[in-house]
Design a protein around this ligand. Sequence first.
Ligand code: THU
Length: 160
Amino acid sequence: MKKIVITTEISVFDSVQELPDEIQNLMKLAVEVRKNAYAPYSKFRVGAALLLDNGEIVLGSNQENAAFPSGLCAERVAIFQAGSIYPKAKIVKMAITAASDTNQTTSPIPPCGSCRQSIAEYEIKQETPIAIYFMGEIGAIYKSDSLKNLLPFMFDKKFL
Ligand code: THU
């Protein structure tokens, strides 16, 4: 028997002001689009902003449904929108922020497992890493240089 030990690397920024200007702007847009979340059930609003290699910015917020599983997370709203409108563009950077109507989120809120799997598909397809920045409403921002750092043992097309 042997063990596989996996390590990951995350950069921690103490505040938005510490981020490079371009990411500050991306995070600002994620905060703005977070307000458009349709979240009457969870009261949990998520905003995602993508910077593409063609310079375009694509936004998304979570959209819920009375039939709960029919709703969609902000990250997937954004990446599917990007794939639909700019199918040839690569996603370079992604900013995510989440806030609750009922309590202030103070720690970085990472993309859920389904969103990680969906982001993985795009990262593999485009053959370049996606830098992912995520935060709560206030507080620190975590940055992952690639989706790979957030999803060890990812399932991808090579297994099919
Ligand atoms: N949500 C996202 O938009 N992204 C995530 O990565 C985690 C969860 C949404 C889904 C649902 O509308 C609400 O947050 C509570 O789970």
